[in-house]
Design a protein around this ligand. Sequence first.
Ligand code: GDP
Ligand code: GDP
Length: 444
Amino acid sequence: MTAQHPRVAIVGRPNVGKSTLVNRIVGGRRAIVEERPGVTRDRKELVAEWNGRTFTVVDTGGWLPEGVDTSDPTALTRQVSKQAERAMGNADVVVLVVDGVVGIAEEDDRVARLLRTTDTPVLVAVNKVDDQRREADVWGFSRLGLGEPFPVSALHGRGSGDLLDAIVDALPAEVEEVVEEDDGIFSVAIVGRPNVGKSTLFNRLVGDERTVVHDLPGTTRDSIDTLVETEDGPLRFVDTAGMRRRAKIDEATEYYGLVRALESVDRSDAALLVIDATVGVTHQDQRLAERIDAAGTVVVIVLNKWDQITDPDERLQVQADVADRLAFLAYAPVLKISALTGKSVVRVLPALRQAEEAYHARIPTAALNRLIQEAQTQHPPPPVRRHRPRLLYAVQGASDPPTFTIFATHELPPTYVRYLERRLREAFDLGPTPIKLRIRRRSH
Ligand code: GDP
Ligand code: GDP
């Protein structure tokens, strides 16, 4: 729900003028973006705008991991490459700030070497070039191998326009703004083939809540959403026109066709995929599930009409069928319910809420890295083409759904990536949400 602007990370040694430059770029704006829990507080993120483009500036200056001796200048300096690595993992543009008065320091060289390995665009800002005289020295910084350096004076503003032009040019192409109004209310699409029991389930869920229910116009033509006030806050059911008892009479059975179902999934934070347990998982169910998976939406699988399956063997068979045919949704909880009798329907909303929480989860970096190291110690990655990969560290680049980048010295086999995913899910209760895991290579 937070606007996702492209991210520009400012990295460099202490005292080169990063904070001054950030202030110059954001031009007195003071909007601190990151206030979500679990985010390292002392890494400042501010919103800036230039030539009509809005982006987030990440000032890594104040970022210090636990245990660093702040009175030791070399320890401080050593953190700079760490910051640069993190920036490479989750920024769209990196600006390396160097000191035009001091020249290239050893640490600048090291960071530059690191930054040369990334696909992320990197700009070099040579700061403290307060007047013309110093400009001649700037070209020496080309030696960093990161392209033409930009002379700036963060203090006086000199050259900052050119640097900003270059930053904006390097930003990824603008994604069309989402015009849909997002009221921040968790929204759920109930989807499934005709006759699986969607309407019955919807009326039960809404009826059981005994709360205010309004009809809201949805965004698609002639779609109606339903807002339900639950004990845990409001919940929006998407495209429910055909599910209300009265409306049902006039609706054709195919009212909720695949296309319509997919539209409502796209508009939702979560999908309740209803499957008729008496029929099992059909090809059409699989197609729908694949699309939900591709949309990256939270999903809870509902095996409905469970009252009809009484034979224990048959029960096992149906569950095995789900595990087998919907294997790619293995993370999704499977609820066995009867919408008709109401049995176990109470479990549906909590399952959705839990999935919602996992979807928004932000894992503290320290805890994430402890887990990664622990996973590696207990089960080291197998060698790939004579190299034994080593996991270096991990960052969570985004939530909704949780997206992680793991840095490793070599490629990891897919089975090992799945192992890491499983460990992450277990350790941080990410069970019901899709997660994204990216592996990036780094030499040391
Ligand atoms: P950081 O540690 O990299 O964030 O550096 P700061 O922004 O705190 O700046 C360190 C020192 O350099 C401060 O005393 C600033 O006033 C000074 N400084 C920053 N930019 C400039 C500049 O463009 N010219 C000059 N002469 N000094 C600058
Ligand atoms: P929709 O087309 O997916 O909205 O399905 P409906 O809610 O209209 O239900 C289709 C039929 O299945 C109706 O006759 C329902 O009474 C019946 N049905 C729905 N849920 C259950 C259930 O849990 N058990 C049984 N036995 N029948 C159900």
